[in-house]
Ligand binder design. Structure first.
Ligand SMILES: [Zn+2]
Ligand SMILES: [Zn+2]
Length: 132
């Protein structure tokens, strides 16, 4: 029995995670793939997808649905909101947002809430400059 495959798998997952952790750009799987390839040229896009899935299940990263139905990934678990540009797809972190309050508290009463998110959508500064 060889330990080789397990070691390689662990290394791949670690690298995918570290790549996400080092980025504030909320990359897509494709972007993670091209970054990870610089270190592990033989890694496949499928492997990157699989590792992203495992990391998500482990609660180490989460997905953000971007424009055009592309999934973006974030390894920053500190509660924060996102701004998503509908024109260029850039996703920015918005800090110091309070947990949203709900006027109808009865609706929340019997729910076991694990997380919350706030999302702003619109046009980023760069896109505004181009069209205004
Ligand atoms: Zn933009
Ligand atoms: Zn974020």
């Amino acid at each position: 029995m060889s330990l080789q495959p397990r070691t390689r798998r662990t290394r791949q997952r670690h690298l995918v995670y570290e790549t996400l952790k080092a980025s504030t750009a909320h990359p897509t799987a494709d972007m993670v793939f091209s970054e990870v390839r610089k270190t592990l040229p033989k890694i496949s896009l499928g492997t990157v997808y699989r590792n992203l899935g495992v990391l998500k299940e482990q609660g180490l990263i989460f997905e953000i649905p971007g424009p055009n139905h592309t999934m973006h990934y974030d390894a920053n678990l500190e509660p924060h909101a996102h701004f998503i540009c509908e024109s260029c797809g850039v996703i920015l972190d918005i800090w110091d947002c309070r947990k949203p309050s709900c006027r109808n508290r009865e609706q929340l009463q019997d729910l076991d809430i694990q997380s919350w998110s706030v999302e702003f959508r619109g046009r980023c500064q760069a896109c505004r400059r181009q069209t205004d």
